[in-house]
Design a protein around this ligand. Structure first.
Ligand code: ADP
Length: 622
């Protein structure tokens, strides 16, 4: 019989598993038990539609043979045939989750193992040899898979009933690590309690207990179910401690962090159900990738129906994890029908509503937590608002927050409006890459001086959102980098008009010099310290142009306007120059380049700009 090689990645994972001394080796049991439980689920589901698969009493069994240093974990689930043994155990199953870097530190390894769980291979954390004997339902023959980590062998085997038995040959103690404990019944029992208590199937093992007879207690060894089986969401809320929820969540979702919020509730009525939902404490590392799996599980009367139950929660709440256990879904309908079932729609509306009201109340009463939540998942809510042409904006708009210039803290739109200055009719915002960059924009100075609050739009979706939501509480969104700001008094406006008129000639000379670059040049009251700035007209903004460029939509350009500060010395100097009949076109170009740089745009000719600035420096120094 040939010894087969593991695939390269599997081999690496195995080595990692066997050698990482910091890793919590205890989790091997949780992983194997949860595989067994999955196998029992699968058998159950198959048996609903296939008469040839006998219903059985699902069970997981653990046996320990201390003398031979062996522990076995058996289940009577679906089992695997020869091919499946080869496919499932010969390669690493979760390879999708792993980004194999060249040099992982021990800490990285521990993180990978702890966070994702590593399934079956975790057996090699505690065993130097593993045997799997499995018989698939409806198959006559069983097969055996054996590995000592260097490779594996598959052969035929005998097995009386369907299911899988995994035998671990426990490693000898080393200086760093004691493996003997995995041969102690009481220790294994503790691990089951700790990690696998809510597994819905009985986990049975021999346990030492005391029998009371005639007033005397006698030590006996008995088969006993060691897990409580009752899923946590079915328990009475008052019997559940906060740490029970945390533990459940952390095990179920392989999360190092506690959940930020637990939502455990029951609905009775037309559609009755119990839900245990969690808002994660941290955004999953793969949240914005295709790898991210929606974390809602659907049960019917405690029996597992499906993972990733998309049809029972809106996409904009896809950060929610947890379980929904319905009393009313009939089990033997196929999954396709399930999706269309109108009861699913009812469930979804009810669950969405609960999530929304929970978030709303966090916002009002647990602001700090809400802000943490928003840091992690706020963008999701904004996309939710934007999606489908704003179909859900009314549901979500009051859950949004933006950082603002008032204290650099989050404010809601409602708070912004309540805090508006007398006479202010628009919601001011500035879009940019980061708060720091926005603060440096030449346009910020004056508006802050005048005492207006400005929302910092640092998320790429933010400004696009304003094209969908348009206004809040009757107040329009207005970019301080766009169009006409209307900050001035009537008098000031007249004054500016006059200045524009007086300097008509100069302005049109500048315009002529920049005619390929800007659509207009004008004097403006928007500026204080800086001589110029770039703004756009009311359509596409410069920031949107940048974002679209990143998305490879190069052709879409903002309509740019160069605004000049008439009170700046530079303007006076230019004016003088022009009146003396000198050519100002080169200086116009420099002004435009400066404004572009401040707007975060790339210069068309950076080298040319540098040359011109050097020339000027030389003139000044001479
Ligand atoms: P995962 O559970 O994440 O898929 P594992 O490495 O733990 O990864 O297992 C790989 C596959 O092997 C499982 O998806 C399952 O198909 C199969 N498997 C593992 N243990 C059992 C078992 N006890 N009974 C039946 N199939 C199993």
């Amino acid at each position: 019989m040939a010894i087969k090689e593991f695939k390269t990645e599997s081999k690496r994972l195995l080595d990692m598993m066997a050698n990482s001394i910091y890793t919590n080796t205890d989790i091997f049991l949780r992983e194997l038990i949860s595989n067994a439980s999955d196998a029992l689920d699968k058998r159950h589901i198959l048996s609903l539609t296939d008469d040839q698969i006998p219903a059985n009493e699902p069970k997981i069994r653990i046996d320990i043979d201390k003398k031979d240093r062996v522990i076995t974990i058996s289940d009577n689930g679906v089992g695997m045939d020869r091919e499946e043994l080869e496919d499932n155990l010969g390669t690493i199953a979760r390879s999708g989750s792993f980004e194999f870097k060249k040099d992982l530190s021990e800490k990285d390894e521990a993180d990978i193992i702890g966070q994702f769980g590593v399934g079956f291979y975790s057996a090699f954390m505690v065993a130097d040899k593993v045997e799997v004997i499995s018989r698939k339902v409806k198959e006559e023959k069983a097969s055996k898979w054996v590995s000592d980590m260097n490779g594996y062998e598959i052969s035929s085997a005998e097995k009386d009933d369907y299911g899988t038995t995994i035998t671990l040959h426990i490693k000898k103690n080393t200086k760093e690590k004691k493996y003997d404990k995995y041969l102690e019944s009481s220790q294994i029992q503790d691990l089951v309690k700790k990690y696998s208590d809510f597994i819905r199937y009985p986990i049975e093992m021999k346990v030492e207990t005391y029998d009371y007879k005639d007033g005397k207690s006698e030590k006996v060894v008995k088969d006993q179910v060691v897990n409580s089986m009752q899923p946590i969401w079915k328990k009475n809320k008052k019997d559940i401690k906060a740490e029970d929820y945390d533990n459940y969540y952390m095990q179920e979702y392989y999360d190092f962090n506690k959940p930020l919020k637990v939502i455990h509730y029951k609905v009775e009525g037309n559609t009755s159900y119990t839900a245990l939902l969690f808002i994660p404490g941290q955004r999953p590392f793969n949240y914005y990738t295709n790898d991210y799996k929606l974390g809602l599980k659907l049960y019917s009367r405690g029996v597992f129906i499906k993972d990733e139950a998309k049809e029972i929660v809106s996409d904009y709440f896809r950060f929610i994890r947890g379980v929904v256990d319905s009393d009313d879904l009939s089990l033997n309908i196929s999954r396709e029908i399930l999706q269309q079932d109108h009861q699913m729609g009812v469930l979804k509306r009810s669950i969405d509503k609960k999530i929304k009201s929970t978030l709303q109340s966090m916002l009002e009463k647990e602001r700090e937590d809400y802000e943490k939540f928003f840091d992690n998942f706020g963008s999701q809510l904004k996309y939710g608002c934007y999606d489908n042409f704003g179909a859900n904006k009314d549901v979500l708009i009051d859950l949004l927050m933006f950082k603002s210039s008032r204290e650099d803290k989050y404010v809601t739109l409602k708070e912004y409006v309540e805090n508006m200055k007398e006479g202010q009719s628009e919601i001011y915002y500035a879009a940019g890459e980061s708060i720091d960059k926005i603060k440096q924009l030449p346009q910020m100075e004056k508006i802050l001086d005048k005492g207006y609050e400005v929302l910092y739009f640092t998320d790429s979706v933010d400004e696009f959102l304003t094209s969908i939501i348009m206004e809040y509480d009757g107040k329009k969104f207005q970019s301080i980098l766009k169009g006409d700001l209307d900050l001035d008094s009537e008098e000031e406006k007249k004054e500016l008009e006059k200045k524009n008129e007086e300097n008509k000639d100069l302005i049109s000379k500048i315009k002529e010099a920049l005619k390929d670059k800007v659509s207009d040049v004008r004097l403006s009251s928007r500026l204080k310290t800086y001589p110029v700035c770039l703004v756009s007209d009311d359509q596409l903004s410069i920031e949107m142009e940048k974002i679209l460029k990143q998305m490879n939509q190069e052709g879409v350009k903002a309509n740019k306007i160069l605004e000049i500060n008439p009170d700046h010395e530079l303007f006076a100097a230019l004016k003088k120059m022009s009146e003396n009949g000198e050519d100002i076109s080169e200086y116009a170009g420099l002004l435009y380049d400066q404004a572009s740089l401040m707007a975060g745009l790339e210069l068309e000719d950076p080298a040319g700009y540098a040359l011109k600035v050097s020339e000027l420096m030389l003139k000044a120094i001479k």
